[in-house]
Ligand binder design. Structure first.
Ligand SMILES: NC(=O)c1ccc[n+]([C@@H]2O[C@H](COP(=O)([O-])OP(=O)(O)OC[C@H]3O[C@@H](n4cnc5c(N)ncnc54)[C@H](O)[C@@H]3O)[C@@H](O)[C@H]2O)c1
Length: 348
């Protein structure tokens, strides 16, 4: 027998979006065994039919009280493509989906990015509900409305800002997540420790996930289209992207972010923005609390990594880092390449 879910076990966080036009704010529900909230959200959206988009192997089943179709997309970044968008939109059309219907994405960040973009494009936009099943999906990818696919020329080059109508994070789905995927989620989770002064490390998992979502929701609400402040969510990402590319993607994104966070702290110290205690705090959280590796692997020389960082697509003005400092974590453009090179040379 399934026990009823007590309200106290479920947290709901509202993502408030700027006014002007219809209200696009939406709830993110977090808890253990909260999947039944998906059907309730579909009812609230007022959809007639549902198209579920998922991947083989995820095995998370959601029940609906209205007609639904189930679609699977391939596993791996090579399937995060315009071809997959065409496949999904054709299936939506074949099933006769209209603007009154809803897409429900059940999976990690790849599924929510792809299904979100298909929803943004089909009939020029139909509703989407995200059901993230990875830690990274729950605290990052499913929140904030960034959707898209890769091109041969680069990652996430085609996409749209398309906010979901709601997000349901059932922590029970994480039980089957492979260890490496947990590590990747933890890399992103570690980032949130430094964006506010909160003691995330002292929180239980459900509270910590909910708090990370709250932090992301607050940042997205203040800068939905990343024209400024939203860039702080890229803390640790400048070196991370370079390491991912230099390693031919042997180093996964979250693992690279963990290394990038500690490097960013050391760089901030070198630039006189923070002191040694704050660097030690970064090490305590990333290596201590999450047990992640913080050593820079030998995947490229200091010069090679520097060149990759200078080409980062988020860099608007010279070498750009997101760095901790007296005013907290903030984007810093025009960082002296010689300081970065000498620090890298010491650490690589
Ligand atoms: N839109 C955004 O703001 C945003 C932010 C960060 C990352 N992303 C994107 O998210 C993607 C990475 O997401 P991810 O880390 O969730 O990886 P992923 O979606 O590729 O999933 C990783 C693997 O775990 C499997 N999986 C998912 N849930 C599972 C479960 N509960 N049990 C067992 N296996 C499960 C998947 O099938 C896949 O094989 C990238 O494409 C990245 O670009 C988007």
């Amino acid at each position: 027998m399934r026990l009823p879910i007590r309200q106290a076990d479920m947290r709901s966080i509202e993502v408030h979006l700027p006014a002007g036009g219809p209200d696009r704010s939406y709830p993110v529900v977090v808890g253990e065994g909260v999947l039944s909230e998906v059907a309730a959200m579909v009812r609230r959206v007022g959809a007639d039919r549902v198209a579920v988009v998922t991947q083989p192997g995820i095995g998370v089943e959601v029940s609906f009280d209205r007609p639904n179709i189930q679609l699977e997309i391939g596993v791996g970044e090579e399937h995060k493509s315009l071809r997959t968008i065409e496949y999904l939109c054709s299936e939506f059309a074949r099933a006769g989906l209209t603007r009154r219907d809803v897409v429900v994405a059940v999976g990690g960040g790849m599924v929510t990015d792809v299904a979100g973009f298909a929803a943004a494009s089909y009939h020029r936009g139909i509703a989407v509900i995200h059901v993230p099943t990875t830690l990274l999906g729950m605290i990052d990818a499913a929140i904030g409305g960034k959707t898209g696919v890769n091109l041969a020329e680069g990652k996430n080059l085609v996409g749209a800002f398309w906010q979901p109508s709601g997000v349901v994070c059932d922590l029970a789905t994480l039980a089957s997540l492979p260890e490496r995927e947990v590590r990747c989620g933890n890399g992103e989770m570690a980032k949130y420790h430094f964006l506010t002064g909160d003691d995330l490390a002292g929180m239980a998992l459900a509270d910590r996930v909910a708090r990370c979502i709250e932090i992301k929701a607050e940042v997205v609400a203040s800068d939905e289209r990343e024209s400024g402040r939203r860039a702080i969510l890229n803390y640790g990402h400048t070196l991370a992207h370079a390491l991912e590319i230099a390693s031919g993607h042997d180093i996964a994104h979250g693992e690279a972010v963990a290394i990038g966070l500690v490097f960013a702290a050391r760089l901030a110290e070198r630039l006189g923005r923070i002191d040694a205690d704050r660097v030690a705090h970064h090490l305590d959280v990333v290596a201590g609390v999450y047990g992640l590796s913080v050593e820079i692997p030998s995947v490229g020389s200091a010069d090679e990594l520097l060149a990759l960082m200078a080409r980062d697509k988020k860099a608007l003005d010279g070498l750009t880092f997101v760095l901790d400092g007296p005013h907290g974590v903030e984007p810093v453009a025009g960082v002296d390449p010689e300081v970065v090179r000498s620090l890298l040379a010491e650490l690589v």
